[in-house]
Design a protein around this ligand. Sequence first.
Ligand code: EPU
Length: 429
Amino acid sequence: MDRIHITGGAPLNGVIPISGAKNAALPLMIASLMTGETLELVNVPRLADIASLSRILGNHGVDHMVVGKRPGQTTETGQTIRLTASNIIDTTAPYDLVSTMRASFWVIAPLLARFGEARVSLPGGCAIGTRPVDLLIMAMEALGAQIEIDGGYVVAKTRNGLRGGDIRFPKVTVGGTHVALMGAALAHGTTVIENAAREPEVVDLAECLIKMGARIEGAGTPRIAVEGVSRLHGARHEVLPDRIETGTYAMAVAMTGGDVTLENTRADLLHAALDVLATTGAEVTTVPDGIRIRRNGAGIAAVDVTTDPFPGFPTDLQAQFMALMTLAQGRSQIRETIFENRFMHVQELARLGAKIRLEGDLAIVEGVERLKGAPVMATDLRASVSLVIAGLAAEGETQINRVYHLDRGFEALEAKLGRCGAQIQRVRS
Ligand code: EPU
């Protein structure tokens, strides 16, 4: 298994290009199932999760083409893919595929809306919490689907297509909102989604669906109205920048010190996180087409954070922020409200010398003067990258195992950090 070796202590200086958002690209790819015409997606990151979803869509019969490189493109400028679902051969998403990537459960909505049936495996457990799909099923039922659970599969059917309905989520769910949007776009009549997720990735999906002919109003607010149409057509859409990758590198610079410009990204995608970073003492400025982060000399101030749905502080940056707080001057409290088991990085950060105490959903971090490198490993993507950040700031060598988690969500991680002065290498084995 590959490992990442880091020799910590070097500040980061330079430019990091930000990739297209994994969590936007995944639902956009799934939306290709909603039309027999071609959906062209630009700025799709080269990640293991994208490759897994391509395989899953291929299993349904979706034709997948990667457009050849154009002059000036590098492996880090993302790829352009064309997805065509003109010939669906299978409306079943099997366990061995869905269990590798939870988001693939979302195929249930387009399959049901377009073909009147879907048989999708329940995804099973997950390293960051139980992550049920009850609200996604509730949304499909509100659109008139008949649903049964059979042999670990959700078997969904409609007699005469989906019908518009009122969907009120008791709790904000990104996946639930994606599924509701895709189902409602091809349902007969009007759907109102209340307490919808406001995440930028939801807005990106809605914008792509609108280009495909859907009638959607209010994406980005808690109330989305969808007027169903009978068919959608092909479109071309550029995936929005990855706000979690942006925030991750911003936190790395805040921790190691230095001066880095994050290119091809937008501050409005992560205001809450950037505001918190500025309070810790980092200098955050917006520049044309990006964000500049600097921290020179000054210490890191301790700041309390609670994760929340957008526009709040994202759960996907909680582990990285905790890494930063391990070197803060004083005590900070980090509360995780989205997932019940997302503190798996705590014990690994402790191996580097961090002082963190857990009390239920609260982590109390006592800043220390220095971290010291050690071998560590993590159980999910964001926890793994928090260890990378901590390793960059720690004294000596850190070795990160289970690199496949990082490959799921960070495009060209070592190359991007290496060019900014980080001593980071992948050791293949
Ligand atoms: N929930 C339910 N029932 C449901 C659905 C969700 O109880 O039917 C709960 C979840 O267990 C969780 C909360 O609602 O406690 C929010 O979950 P949500 O549905 O919003 O999460 P998701 O759609 O499964 C996406 C991202 C996650 C990100 C969350 C929250 C993708 C592919 N995944 O997951 O990203 O943490 O939203 O913002 O978009 C990651 O990229 O590392 C990652 C985990």
